[in-house]
Write a protein that binds this ligand. Structure first.
Ligand code: GDD
Length: 409
């Protein structure tokens, strides 16, 4: 049997995701019309003999309650949210719920970061892992040399795929092969974490003897029960025939910013084209809107037949799109109103916002730049004939004049 664990983190981790994380925990932010965490969860369904899916984080329990119960019913696999009282780090969080995870006596534990976008080739990874015979297998990906330092960089043996060397976000370039935050472990991972906890305890005891060192390390020391998977487990255990790699040749991205959520929305929509085309809108331009490329429209949204939508657009519940509106590369959240002849391009429009007639809300479309897309927070009103370009607007603002390259607080 296999148990899947998805690390969802907590509120302090989502600051780069503002202003969108002000309303909803980042793991529940809609990407391609589904909560971010929904994508790894549905990938887990393809794992043979999956017994349970756990989400581990330090958000309030009630924030996940509704989602977890509806997804459990839908998938007919028990999905549970386990709340840490405080952050324990990626490995420490896993360790604190080892009794739950081991309840089903799993032979393997699939561990996923919630903020990555991937086709999650889990069944193939599991097969490869069994062949390697190690304690863990990491999904890895090649990225550009310039962007590699945002990730764990690693070196693998080209023949055996063994993980030979691992450095988390190094300052000087090590390798363009990076850690994707998707893992398969045997239950031995818990002994590995236990070893780290023991070492930390021993070191803390030693420090108590030497007060000089205590003075110096007190400020930077992490809590003794805080264990990071990357620095504390992967780095020291590389090159010991315990860890192996599996390279994905399919899409993979990290979702740390709103710009990347827009890009990943597009990646998942094009995956739907292959895996679940019934989720995508199709339009003939007569009774329904004209649809271009991959578009998701929630069944409760009302979209005028003379509007033109796509590519890469996702429209959430109860949104209304007026006559002659044009939407390209954008996420429209719940209860948004887009009035006649408005244009939205390279943008995210927050819950309950409204965009007036003949207005334009647009970004230049650079997903990595700070102001590369326009983001409207919750309940922003853009009045008629106003143009908003490359800007971020915090919740509850009214814009009656045009703005460009601005952050409106
Ligand atoms: N429950 C819980 N508790 N989750 C946590 C905690 C914690 O204390 N700390 C982090 N997480 C979750 C985050 O929400 C995220 O899903 C995952 O664990 C990893 O987060 P970080 O440890 O902050 O690392 P990162 O996202 O900057 O980088 C990691 O992922 C990259 C791939 O996206 C590293 O493993 C990199 O090496 C890797 O390239």
């Amino acid at each position: 049997r296999v148990v899947a664990v998805i690390m969802v983190g907590g509120p302090t981790k989502g600051t780069r995701f503002r202003p969108l994380s002000l309303n909803v925990p980042k793991p529940l932010f809609p990407i391609a019309g589904q909560p971010m965490v929904h994508h790894p969860i549905s990938a887990c369904r393809r794992i043979p003999n999956l017994a349970q899916i756990y989400l581990i984080g330090f958000y309030e329990e009630r924030e996940f309650a509704l989602y977890v119960s509806s997804i459990s019913n839908e998938l007919r696999i028990p999905v549970r949210y386990l709340r840490e009282d405080k952050p324990h780090g990626s490995a420490g969080g896993l360790y604190s719920f080892r009794d739950y995870i081991m309840e089903d006596s799993p032979s393997h534990i699939v561990l996923l970061n919630c903020d990555v976008c991937s086709s999650f080739p889990l069944p193939d990874m599991l097969e490869a892992h069994k062949k390697y015979g190690g304690m863990g297998t990491l999904l890895v990906n090649k990225v550009s040399a310039e962007s590699a330092n945002q990730f764990g960089e690693l070196v693998a043996d080209p023949e055996t795929n063994e993980l030979l060397h691992y450095t988390e976000k190094p300052e000087t370039f090590v390798s363009d092969l990076i850690n994707c935050g998707v893992y398969i472990f045997t239950p031995n991972i818990f002994s590995a974490i236990e070893d780290v906890l023991k070492q930390k305890k021993d070191r803390a005891n030693l420090r108590r003897v030497s007060s000089f060192e205590a003075l110096h390390s007190a400020t930077k020391a992490l809590p003794p029960d805080f264990v990071r998977l990357d620095q504390d487990i992967l780095s020291p255990r590389a090159g010991k025939k315990e860890l192996y790699t599996y390279q994905t040749l399919d899409f993979w991205e990290q979702i740390k910013t709103p710009g990347m959520s827009l890009r990943c929305s597009g990646l998942y929509l094009s995956q739907f084209r292959r895996t679940s085309p019934h989720l995508l809108a199709s339009g003939d331009g007569k009774r329904t809107a004209t649809i271009v490329g991959d578009v998701y429209i929630h069944p409760s949204a009302k979209v005028h037949p003379t509007s033109k939508i796509g590519p890469n657009v996702s429209i959430s519940a109860n949104a209304r799109v007026g006559a002659g509106a044009r939407l390209i590369n954008c996420i429209i959240l719940d209860d948004v109103e887009i009035m006649e002849n408005a244009v939205v391009i390279h943008s995210i429009v927050g819950w309950k916002s409204s965009i007036g007639k003949w207005s334009r809300v647009q970004g230049e479309g650079d997903h990595n730049a700070k102001l590369g897309i326009t983001i409207l927070g919750e309940a922003v009103d853009v009045e008629d004939e106003v143009v908003v370009v490359n800007s971020i607007v915090l919740p509850n603002k009214t814009l009656n004049v045009s703005v460009q390259e601005e952050i409106i607080l």
